[in-house]
Design a protein around this ligand. Sequence first.
Ligand code: AMP
Ligand code: MG
Length: 318
Amino acid sequence: MSIISKDISKAIALLSAEELVAIPTETVYGLAGNIYSEKAIKAIFETKQRPFFNPLIVHIPSVDYLNNIVASIPEKAKLLADAFWPGPITLVLKKKSIIPDLITAGKDTVAVRVPNHPKTLGLLNQLDFPVAAPSANPFNRISPTKPEHVEEYFKNQIKMVLDGGPSKKGIESTIIGFENDEPIIYRLGSTSIEAIEAVVGKIEIKNKKEVSPQAPGMLERHYAPKTETVLTDNLQKIIKEYRGKRIGLLLYNDILNDDAIDFKIVLTQDQNLEEAASKLYDALHELDKQDLDIIIAERLPDYGLGKSINDRLLRATK
Ligand code: AMP
Ligand code: MG
């Protein structure tokens, strides 16, 4: 029987009984558990096979709720929360002692956001605790943007996926930390740098795992298909290299008709970066099912959400 269900009261009952429920958000589906339940939080790490040193994002119902879990709020954090919540921006702030160390990997800061999905906001408003909800995929695998993706990963491990349809944004939240009260981007994501700078001015990027293409061996592999994946500006050259193999293409521009191609997905027909982001992970899930020898991904323009998509594609490569 399917674990996918639209029953919010069942999700509330399970979460209140310290069980895990996969929940829809506008970014990707999250594997949710009560932040105050050691049992639930340990189950999140175990189910995902996520290392304990990797802290979790706390999901709260409103901007006002922030005061319950953080000790102080820099002025620019307040500006960002007011501008983007509910929405795909995560703020890393000094935590109150009530937040368990297991959530923050022992750090004195906590990552928090208000997700923008009507079902999950409804859920959070009815729970008397926030939930931690990392992406509902095994560690290092492709993030889920549809309930079916989660079911495929975890049907034997969790009791329920709350069905909220496909995730509208499709890539993870942008994470912002503060140093001397000044915002810094720790992870590129669904809120573009340009949109953030319109609110708080020029912002530094310390996308921790950002690497130069000159050092591919140093790449952190994450968000990754099982199929070998390459990211390129020069499709023709790579296609030539793999001629004779089973080739899949992930394209931004639908310009290629080549007999060497076994399967292709075009992310957008009209250069719409939002649309490309929303389709990215589903496309990778699909490509990964085609028994290909290689997935060749075309690099997107390096602005707006194109920057975030390129970041994810880079981590999908070896
Ligand atoms: P996700 O796996 O999408 O839920 O993202 C969680 C990520 O949030 C982690 O991998 C960290 O990079 C980041 N994060 C969470 N808590 C903190 C924190 N206290 N300080 C810095 N980064 C954090
Ligand atoms: Mg994740």
